[in-house]
Design a protein around this ligand. Structure first.
Ligand code: ADP
Ligand code: ASP
Ligand code: MG
Length: 486
């Protein structure tokens, strides 16, 4: 074997050991959470793994930054600076509890410089009284910029060779501010140039999730919840052996545990199932995470940073066979149903295209469609472009809007070819008014639209129907058994 081949093999090994660990807002919400995160990363290093860490902003910071940006955009300079001052104090207090000595002094100065520049930016926005998507991305990026600075310092203090990498040097995107599209090839090149050598030198790189920059260096963001997406891009770009999404629940559960406290952990789920769940509202995972990891077959784990011994959920290419038809139930709220009625024109050639072109023009994704001879019903995320979309639609049809709707999505590979499932679903929620139904598009999901106010009741009834006797090979039933014995 030549020297070059041996070097290549060593890089290959390093990459199998490379694990991208993403910590969400609650996993870095205060000094205690950052210390738990530090201990988790130390555990991975002690197992001989090489972590690359992606962090969100501290919990609730992104919302506050957006509120500060909005206040400045309304010309409310003092309101906006007051919010920034609260954030500054919270970060200072956290750094004071987390760090000591010269390291604290250095980090405090760095945080101070970041907040000074944020204040300048907010003053500038307030002076013009206008907030553009580009400036909003710049404001909101401070959350991840500062959290990554603090977490890298905590790692350095605890002997993990932490080093902050500005995500904007690696995550290259287009200029669709607010929801920028990452550009795979330049990202891979930048990660290989800037991050891989740090890993190979035994350091622990820490990057902010969610943020990126255009090729010209203008700050962008990947959309809310986008730190998961960053983790997938970094894992894909570095050909990591695994990606771990650390959050505040034990893994992907049979439904949102906030709605149904007896939700169970799903031990293993397929990429396809996870993608459906994420797209249709299971906030635990960002839908965009799936593509980069499927292409490279990188296993993804969802784990609990408050309960790090728990096994979590493994997401893999193939789901194991499961005796229960569904793996999980998700809900997506704040949807609007648009009824497009055009009695004379629906069956004419090109009519559907004309309708969909209008949605396309406003970059508006449609979740569900159903047609009759004279009408089309579509569901979309309630968004600020709806008024313009309806204006254009009303030139070719009668248009009716119904807001405050929700989509319930039941997912499982094992509904393929089974009979009697829909009867069970709709009898479990017979008291709920169902507006639209869709099944079969992906063969692994059954979805329907209901009133937003019925979501909690519907999910609890469906959960009771389908998870009363769950398959223990796929679901973690131990907690339920222990509760029943107690
Ligand atoms: P992070 O800040 O770590 O990214 P998120 O708040 O984005 O965390 O996602 C975790 C939350 O997702 C959980 O607290 C839970 O309420 C919610 N959630 C919704 N659906 C599910 C599900 N099927 N399984 C687990 N958690 C879910
Ligand atoms: N901080 C960003 C948000 O709250 C990104 C993320 O946490 O994933 O949306
Ligand atoms: Mg999230």
């Amino acid at each position: 074997m030549s020297e070059a081949q041996r070097a290549e093999e060593r890089v290959g090994e390093a990459r199998t050991n490379l694990v991208v660990m993403k910590f969400g807002g609650t996993s870095v919400e205060d000094a205690k959470a950052m210390l738990r995160t530090t201990a988790i990363v130390r555990g991975r290093r002690e197992r001989g793994l090489s972590p690359v860490v992606v962090v969100s902003a501290m919990a609730r910071v992104t919302d506050m930054l957006l509120a500060a940006a909005a206040a400045a955009g309304r010309g409310d300079k003092f309101g906006s600076l007051a919010l920034a001052a609260r954030l500054r104090n919270r970060h200072f207090d956290t750094a004071a509890e987390l760090l000591c000595g010269d390291r604290f002094t250095e980090v405090r100065a760095a945080i101070c410089a970041e907040f000074d520049s944020l204040d300048d930016l907010l003053r500038g926005i307030a002076a013009v009284g206008e907030l553009t998507p580009r400036t909003s991305d710049n404001v909101v990026s401070y959350g991840e910029r500062i959290s990554s600075l603090m977490v890298a310092a905590a790692f350095a203090q605890h002997g993990l060779n932490g080093v902050q990498v500005d995500a904007r040097t690696c995550i290259i995107t287009d200029d669709h501010f607010g929801k920028a599209a990452p550009q795979e090839a330049p990202i891979e090149a930048k990660l290989t140039e800037l991050v891989l050598p740090l890993v190979q030198a035994g350091q622990t790189p820490v990057m902010g999730g969610f943020i990126g920059a255009t090729a010209d260096g203008i700050t962008t963001t990947l959309g809310r919840g986008g730190s998961d997406f960053t983790a997938a891009l970094v894992g894909g770009g570095l050909y990591a052996g695994a990606i771990e999404i650390w959050t505040d629940v034990n893994g992907i559960m049979t439904t949102d545990p906030r709605i149904c406290p007896d939700a169970l952990r799903v031990k293993t789920i397929s990429f396809e199932e996870a993608a459906e769940l994420a797209y249709f509202g299971a906030k635990v995972l960002h839908p965009a995470i799936i593509l980069p990891v499927v292409q490279k077959s990188i296993p993804v784990w969802v784990l609990n940073s408050r309960n790090s011994e728990n096994e979590g959920t493994k997401i893999t290419a193939m789901a194991p066979p499961c005796a229960s038809p569904f793996k999980s139930i998700a809900a997506k709220k704040r949807l609007t149903i648009i009824d497009v009625v055009a009695s004379r024109m629906l069956m004419t050639h090109g009519y559907l295209k004309a309708v969909f072109d209008i949605f396309d023009k406003y970059h508006c994704a449609i979740d569900m469609v159903s047609t009759s001879e004279v009408s089309i019903s579509l569901t979309v995320d309630s968004n600020e472009r709806l008024r313009e979309i309806c204006g254009e639609l009303s030139k070719i049809a009668d248009v009716k809007l119904e807001g405050s709707k929700a989509l319930i999505c039941m997912v499982g590979e094992d509904i393929r070819g089974r009979s009697g499932i829909s009867a069970r679903v709709f009898s479990a929620i017979r008291h709920v008014n169902v507006r639209m139904i869709s099944q079969g598009a992906s063969e692994i999901n059954m979805s329907f639209m209901i009133e937003e106010s019925d979501v909690e009741e519907a999910i609890r009834s469906l959960h009771a129907e389908f998870f009363v006797d769950p398959d223990p090979t796929v679901f973690d039933t131990e907690a339920r058994v222990a509760a029943a014995k107690a």
